[in-house]
Design a protein around this ligand. Sequence first.
Ligand SMILES: [Fe+2]
Length: 267
Amino acid sequence: MESEHTREEKPGITRKTLFKAALIATPVPLLIGQVPALARDAAGTGQTLTPTPYCDDGDDPTPPQIEGPYFKPNSPQRSVLPGAGTTLTLSGYVFGLSCQPLANVLLDFWQADSNGAYDNVTYNFRGHQYTNAQGAYKLTTIVPGLYPGRTRHIHVKVQAPNQPILTTQLYFPGEPRNSTDTIFDPALLMTVRTVGTGREATFDFVLNVKGGPPTSPPPGGGTWQAGVTYQAGDQVTYGGATYRCLQGHLSQAGWEPPNVPALWQRV
Ligand SMILES: [Fe+2]
């Protein structure tokens, strides 16, 4: 049996230890139904984002185990991981500390199949991709099965150009094992909704990368403006086209309607 669920505990008081202490002191129902905040919601508020936590379950760096490594370098570049199971579409953005969307960020995903098994021979359910010019990524895969001793999770390494690698895991809300998995971190919960027979998940990564906000692109003309709180259903014009707001947000330069299909739909 692999030892993925085992890890060395670091001495001293860790953030996770503090979280556990808080769990004991806090009525548990406060956490039930909690919707994790997306980093994009802080855009334009001038605040500094909190970096996505590092999360290592012992398979990074690759341990010399008989069963073989779980992380495998040289995964194929692809955003669709084919295989049987419940379809899961995961999308989001990668930001720096100042809310600037980061382009060309490498995201290397790997996960178990629907039976909770990792393919350590070939590259099933492994693939890497890069964020686009707007800092967005999208992965199409399946809901991973439960690996023995762990709650449901997806592994990912995230690296901006010439920056350190963030190795972490993403979790599913409402999983019974979230409360017993010692590695689980609520800061790594995706937002997940059921769409038809599949699932749509969202997660924004925040890398410990300094930098200023994105520079303003040339004005596109129209009613859209930066610094405006738009509500779902609002309509604006930009660059000669009309767009309807899909999700309430505070607009900002770099997030013009054509650049953010998650927020604006052309009508
Ligand atoms: Fe794992």
